[in-house]
Design a protein around this ligand. Structure first.
Ligand SMILES: NC(=O)C1=CN([C@@H]2O[C@H](COP(=O)(O)OP(=O)(O)OC[C@H]3O[C@@H](n4cnc5c(N)ncnc54)[C@H](OP(=O)(O)O)[C@@H]3O)[C@@H](O)[C@H]2O)C=CC1
Ligand SMILES: N[C@@H](CC=O)C(=O)O
Ligand code: NA
Length: 364
């Protein structure tokens, strides 16, 4: 039995709870015993009785308990069975707490990219404290498959290359579900005209739950840069966000507007700017795609590129990601492709990480 505490129940956290609830039988060894959001917290009793997942939202609201992260973590750390904290926020402050949780023998599963793409020392400390990365004989494990390509097996594939001594030559692809969705629908050749103005398509991507809480974190390239950094670091490179080449496509005057809502309301003023870029690509018989590259020889970064209709990046659907690993053993590449954003595929990645932990800890 593994006890789970979930922090953050937005698009991804809510979907995770729904998936755990829907598969009671396969997940019967995974027990949700604590849930917290910004405004409310629900923790179970001293027996760690599973929380009811049918009405968890109403139970959270009516719990009347003010969120207290210290209390939440102490409760989880006192669990008699192995316990996992699932961080489904995008919070940097919470990401900075992972080492303190690992030191309490709590495992960590998260789609939050901040801890793995922020300071290199935090990344290294987490890896040192996590049994699955350092082989240090301790119990806590850290899995974060959904930080890159949602639940697609990107990091597990990459780690297999690394652990078997294969050599990464390049990792390149479309790492953002949001930017994939936007350009697949906006910059089209074979599939007809754009499905709307640039700002209309950004709004749909936001409503579908693909974007970061502030869509500028997608459009400024930082979300992709974080994923490139995570892949590069797992491949053994000391990549840093500040030294990557990152193309920011947020219009200059919108970079500093105060809120995501204000940004969204002003974005239509820049539709003609994006239409011009699109027309330029079309005139060359190409489409726009936003790509990331990890190159151990240098020049890792993210960039808005033009591709002919025949290129695999030009033919993507919906919010799909496509990530191509070129390695010594696979010189023609290994491609991982599929839904790279949205609640269901992201929660799936978290769920499968939880199953890995349960199987490792319990041995079956
Ligand atoms: N959406 C996607 O497609 C993907 C998302 N991810 C990552 O998953 C994470 C969650 O994304 P998503 O669900 O879309 O984002 P949301 O904004 O929908 O959800 C985030 C949730 O975290 C809660 N939260 C924020 N800070 C705290 C805190 N200090 N304590 C407790 N709760 C907190 C928010 O509470 P409140 O509602 O009260 O503000 C909100 O419910 C992010 O790190 C994102 O990068 C990764 C891959 C794909
Ligand atoms: N905003 C991100 C969500 C997943 O990481 C994206 O669009 O890919
Ligand atoms: Na993944």
């Amino acid at each position: 039995m593994v006890n789970i505490g979930i922090i953050g129940c937005g698009f991804v956290g809510s979907e995770l709870i729904a998936q755990l609830h829907a598969t009671r039988s396969s997940a019967k060894r995974l027990k949700v015993v604590a849930i917290t959001n910004i405004n409310a917290m629900n923790i179970s009793d001293k027996e760690y009785t599973p929380l009811h997942l049918t009405n968890w939202k109403a139970d959270l609201t009516k719990s009347g308990v003010k969120p207290n992260l210290d209390q939440f973590i102490e409760y989880m750390a006192a669990s008699p069975d192995h316990a996992v904290i699932v961080d489904c926020t995008a919070s940097e402050a919470i990401a900075n707490m992972y080492p303190s949780w690992l030191k309490k023998n709590l495992s960590v599963v998260t789609p939050n990219k901040k801890a793995f793409s922020g300071s290199l020392s935090l990344f290294k400390e987490i890896h040192l404290l996590s049994a699955n990365y350092s082989g240090n004989g301790r119990t806590p494990l850290t899995y974060h498959e959904s930080t890159v390509g949602a639940g697609l097996p990107v990091l597990s594939t990459l780690l297999d290359f690394v652990k078997t001594g294969d050599e990464i030559i390049t990792i390149e692809g479309i790492f953002s579900g949001t930017l994939s969705y936007i350009f697949n629908n906006y910059s089209t050749i074979a599939s007809g005209p754009s499905k709307g103005s640039f700002s209309e398509i950004v709004k749909i991507a936001k409503d579908l739950g693909y974007t970061e809480p502030d869509p500028r974190d997608d459009l400024n390239g930082m979300d992709v840069a974080r994923k490139v950094t995570i892949c590069g670091r797992l491949a053994g490179l000391d990549l840093d966000l500040s030294t990557l080449n990152v193309e920011n496509i947020v219009p200059e005057t919108l970079k500093n507007v105060a809120t995501a809502d204000e940004f969204m309301s002003k974005l239509p003023n820049f539709d003609s700017h994006f239409a011009k870029l699109n027309e330029e690509a079309k005139a060359e018989g190409k489409v726009l795609r936003y790509v990331g590259v990890v190159n151990p020889k240098g020049n890792s970064g993210v960039k808005l590129m033009k591709y002919p209709a025949s290129h695999p990046f030009a033919g993507l659907q919906g919010s799909d990601n496509i990530i191509k690993f070129t390695t010594k053993y696979f010189p023609n590449g290994v491609i991982v492709q599929g839904a790279g954003a949205g609640g269901p595929p992201t929660a799936y990645g978290i769920f499968s990480d939880l199953i890995k932990i349960q199987e490792r800890v319990e041995g079956f």
